[in-house]
Design a protein around this ligand. Structure first.
Ligand SMILES: *Cc1c(COP(=O)(O)O)cnc(C)c1O
Length: 453
């Protein structure tokens, strides 16, 4: 019998987070939008605890994971590595497919890996309240879970379209003690300004970020937390790839290709960055990032400086962007509806270390349903993009007469997105073609931004 799951003992939870900047260099620095100068630690201090600002800018390769954080990780870590024997059979391939499953965390995704770390450092520095945004609700629920461990209050600005269509995510956040409002909301200047222009705005992550940043910047007891994009967030996720490296060794396998889906880039970074270290050291391995064709920042966006949010409150980030005014179609992979991409992931794509692909949501759900039938687990709609990319690898391997070893991150389960599966199965999901004119209009908004040196 071929082994199906590779499990590690609790004692093998990684002791350090891996900082890829030590091996590939930092991305271009964030800039102050007014002066065009790099943003220093003091400018970020109203928003983040100093420990996280330090990690954001650190050149050190390894950062020790505090014992309290490792202890909370042990509620669901180490996570299993699965050999996808069922999917291999269903696809009729001799490729070996492995996946790391992050859906066993309390919130059902990879997000608690960073939420717990961020809540810990905030508590250490005396913060009693955190404001944040959430797309599909995964980040808001992960942060609510994490803050409940540390007695910190949470206010979540939830993108309106998800707030209306995903009531159970909201219940989850509230069960853990979070308070949730639909964004754009009437609770902030940023939200009110949008509602004046568009009372029926479906919202976007960019708008919700503006609201949460404003909340944190205007209250002494409150800081802000981001569930993706920033360097320290990506670093916290590297526990995924480090565990996977050990588990692949247990399986006596090494990936030819590592695949993850990308919204802001954090779960992808989690599985891929520890392998980027090996690629940077000369190992032959391909790394593939899969995004939705309706929000194609890496494959059709512009690599330059842009705001992280719609209301232009954040520093300028060097990233692949569709423009801070871009509002993606309300597709079901809510976690992938962000106009930009992590500066580190953008840099790696620009440097040619990471390949990017894009797929439409109906194709991705087809892959997700195939996976569910073959493997049992019903994937998060975001993860279906990674599965679609894995199937493309299998097709490419077949065409080339090769057998490849493929590793991907199954970043979450889809139990709270079954409404989306229902729509897909009823044939009701629409693929929104994204006309070039929409992209051109969004790009015009960032025409005057500083170029990347
Ligand atoms: C939030 C989320 C994503 C998108 O965020 P990344 O930072 O790109 O990982 C993808 N999948 C799931 C399950 C999520 O919760």
């Amino acid at each position: 019998m071929t082994q199906r799951r590779y499990l590690l003992a609790e004692s093998e939870i990684p002791t350090h987070w891996y900082n890829v900047m030590a091996d590939v260099g930092p991305p271009p620095p964030p800039l102050h939008p007014g002066t065009g100068e790099p943003v220093g630690p003091d400018m970020l201090a109203p928003l983040f605890p100093m420990a996280l600002i330090g990690q954001e800018m650190s050149p050190e390769r390894w950062h020790a994971i505090p014992d309290v954080v490792r202890d909370i990780y042990s509620m669901w870590r180490p996570t299993p590595l699965h050999r996808a024997l069922g999917l291999e059979a269903a696809l009729g391939t001799d490729c070996r497919i492995f996946y790391k499953y992050e859906g066993g965390s309390p919130a059902g995704s990879h997000k608690p890996n960073t939420a717990v770390a961020q809540a810990y450092y905030n508590q250490q520095e005396g913060v009693t309240r955190i404001a944040t945004e959430t797309g599909a609700g995964q980040w808001g629920s992960a942060l609510s879970f994490a803050c409940a461990r540390f007695g910190i209050e949470v206010k979540v600005y939830m993108v309106r379209v998800s707030y209306d269509t995903k009531p159970y995510r909201r219940a989850m956040m509230e069960a853990w003690g979070g308070s949730v409002v639909g964004s754009p909301s009437r609770d902030t200047n940023a939200g009110r300004a949008i509602l004046v222009r568009d009372p029926h705005s479906t919202g976007s992550l960019g708008i919700a970020i503006s609201e949460a940043v404003e909340d944190a910047a205007t209250r002494d007891d409150t800081k802000y937390a981001l569930g993706s994009v920033l360097n320290h967030v990506l670093m916290h996720q590297t526990v995924i790839g480090q565990e996977a490296q050990k588990q692949m060794a247990m399986a006596e396998a090494y990936p030819d290709v590592v695949v993850g889906c990308v919204g802001g880039g954090s779960n992808f970074a989690g599985i891929a960055f520890p392998f980027i270290a090996e690629k940077a050291a000369g190992k032959e391995i391909r790394i593939v990032a899969a995004e939705p064709s309706s929000c194609p920042s890496l494959t059709r966006g512009h690599y330059g400086y842009d705001f992280g949010d719609t209301a232009q409150m954040t520093p300028l980030l060097a990233m692949h962007t569709l423009g801070h005014g871009f509002i993606p179609a309300p597709i079901h992979a809510g976690g992938l509806r962000y106009h930009g991409m992590a500066p580190l992931v953008s840099k790696l794509v620009n440097d040619g270390l990471v390949e990017a692909v894009a797929y439409a949501q109906n194709d991705c759900f087809a892959s997700g349903v195939r996976f569910a039938k073959a493997e049992g687990i019903i994937p998060a709609p975001e993860a279906n993009h990674a599965i679609r990319a894995v199937e493309a690898e299998v097709e490419a391997a077949r065409a080339a007469g090769e057998s490849r070893t493929i590793l991907f991150n199954l970043c979450g389960h889809g139990h709270l997105e079954l409404g989306a599966y229902q729509q897909y199965l009823n044939g009701e999901l629409v693929d929104s073609e994204l006309p070039q004119s929409d992209l051109d209009a969004a790009a015009a908004a960032i025409a005057g931004m500083p170029a990347i040196a």
